[in-house]
Design a protein around this ligand. Structure first.
Ligand SMILES: Nc1ncnc2c1ncn2[C@@H]1O[C@H](COP(=O)(O)OP(=O)(O)OP(=O)(O)O)[C@@H](O)[C@H]1O
Ligand SMILES: [Mg+2]
Length: 283
C-alpha cells in the first residue's frame, strides 16, 4: 500500500475508499469478488491490480482524447488517487449488443430494438444504445431521461453531454476491444460533477467488472455468450450442489471460502489476460 496519508471512509463491493484531502479520494482496488449478487469470501489474486491498471489505461486514453476523468495519480498498482466529486446517482449503460436485462425487457415488450437489428439474443445493435439506471437501489431500475430530469439530478444539456461522452468513450474502448479480439457487448459508466459544475467521468471504466467482453472468435448470435471475466466462478458455482437451489439473499456475505484453488487461479489468469489483451502490454 502507498504511504499516502488517508482516512478510511467506506468499503464498496470491490474498492475501499479513503479520504485524502478536501479535494481528493483514494480508491484501493481489492481482490474481492461477488457472484450471483453474493460477496464471496475467496479473493482472486491480482484482480484489484488488473481493474485499477485497466481503468488507469482507459482514463489516460480519455484525457488524450479530451474526456475529463477523475484520475489524478496511480500511487500503487491497485490504488487510484481521484478528484472528489458529487456523484450523479445514476449508472449510464452503453450497449452495442442485445443481451442481459435488455434482452429480457425486449422479450417482455418493454423496449424496442433499433431498425436493422436482428431480433435474436446477442445480436449486434445497428447503432449503440445509451440507457440510465438507478444506482442506489438494491435492484438497478431503468430510468427515462424525463425521470432523470424530474428527480432534479440533471438537465437536458447535461444529459446530452453525458450521452456524447459515453458514445465517444465507446469508440475508444471498441478500438482496444477490436485489437484484443474482444467484443464489447455493453458497459457501465459513472459520472460526477466537480466544484465548477463540470461533468467528469468517475469510478472505473474498461474493466471486466464494468464491461461485458466476449471472445470475438467464439461469438455466435442467438446463443448465450461466455463473458471474459468471472464466468469461471459463475459456472463453477452453478454446479455446486445447493447453491442454485438455495441462493443466499442479494448482498449476503459468504464467510466460508468455497472456491477450489484451481478455479481461483484460472480466474486470476483470465483477469490478467484481459489486461494484456486490452492494453497490448505485459501485466
Ligand atoms: N470521484 C468520485 N467521487 C466520489 N465518489 C466516487 C468517485 N468515483 C467513484 N465513486 C464511488 O465510490 C464507490 C467505489 O467503490 P465500489 O465500486 O467498490 O462500490 P460498489 O460497491 O460497486 O458500490 P456502487 O454500487 O455504488 O458502485 C462507488 O460507490 C462509486 O460510485
Ligand atoms: Mg462499483
Amino acid at each position: 500500500m502507498s504511504k499516502i496519508e488517508k482516512r478510511f471512509l467506506r468499503s464498496g463491493k470491490v474498492k475501499d475508499v479513503y479520504d485524502v484531502s478536501k479535494e481528493e479520494l483514494l480508491f484501493v482496488f481489492t481482490d474481492r469478488l461477488s457472484s450471483h449478487d453474493v460477496m464471496l469470501a475467496d479473493k482472486i489474486p491480482q484482480k484489484g491490480q488488473v481493474l485499477c491498471r485497466l481503468a488507469a489505461h482507459c482514463f489516460a486514453n480519455c484525457e488524450d482524447n479530451g474526456i475529463e476523468t477523475h484520475m489524478i495519480d496511480v500511487p500503487a498498482p491497485n490504488e487510484m488517487l481521484a478528484k472528489k466529486l458529487f456523484l450523479i446517482p445514476i449508472e449510464v449503460i452503453g450497449r452495442n449488443y442485445v443481451y442481459g436485462s435488455y434482452w429480457k425487457r425486449y422479450q417482455r415488450g418493454e423496449v424496442q430494438l433499433p431498425e436493422g437489428t436482428d431480433r435474436v439474443l446477442a445480436a449486434k445493435l445497428s447503432e449503440p444504445l445509451i440507457e440510465f439506471t438507478t444506482k442506489f437501489e438494491t435492484k438497478d431500475k431503468p430510468l427515462t431521461e424525463q425521470e432523470v430530469i424530474s428527480r432534479g439530478w440533471l438537465g437536458t444539456p447535461e444529459i446530452d453531454q453525458i450521452k456524447k461522452i459515453t458514445l465517444q468513450l465507446n469508440e475508444l474502448m471498441l478500438k482496444d476491444a477490436e485489437k484484443a479480439g474482444f467484443i464489447l457487448a455493453d458497459f457501465k459508466l459513472e459520472f460526477g460533477i466537480d466544484e465548477e459544475g463540470k461533468i467528469i467521468l468517475a469510478d472505473e471504466a474498461e474493466t471486466p467488472d464494468g464491461c461485458r467482453f466476449w471472445d470475438a472468435s467464439k461469438y455466435q448470435p442467438n446463443k448465450i455468450q461466455e463473458s471474459f471475466d468471472k464466468q469461471i466462478v459463475r459456472d463453477y458455482l452453478e454446479k455446486v450442489k445447493g447453491w442454485d437451489k438455495n441462493q443466499p439473499a442479494p448482498g449476503t456475505k459468504l464467510t466460508e471460502p468455497i472456491l477450489p484453488k484451481k478455479i481461483i487461479n484460472k480466474t486470476s489468469q483470465r483477469y490478467i489476460q484481459a489486461y494484456e489483451r486490452l492494453t497490448g502490454r505485459k501485466f
